[in-house]
Design a protein. Sequence first.
Length: 112
Amino acid sequence: MTQANKLYTIKFIHTLIWAFFVAVIFYIVYTGFTDTVTIYTWIGISLIIIEGLILLLFKMSCPLTVVARKYSDSQKDNFDIFLPNWLARHNKLIFTSIFIVGLIMVMYRTLT
């Protein structure tokens, strides 16, 4: 497998994992706003927190980014994922903010 193929495979897997976590975040927001909090909401919150801890462990980089760096010298923010560059650059800020809104709503629904 060539380096380009390896990078493509990493980008594909990284994008699938990213889409999964975005879906989980929007599920958390949905259950918070619709007052349909279930065990799956709490599992989703746990998954997002674990993802955050992993990012902290890897100095705010995804482990797949670290692996992809072996196959690319690109300085673009989206060298390792199939996202527009602006979204890859602001990804953590955007989706952390959305997650916090969802978490606040879930906590509010749970406590009231």
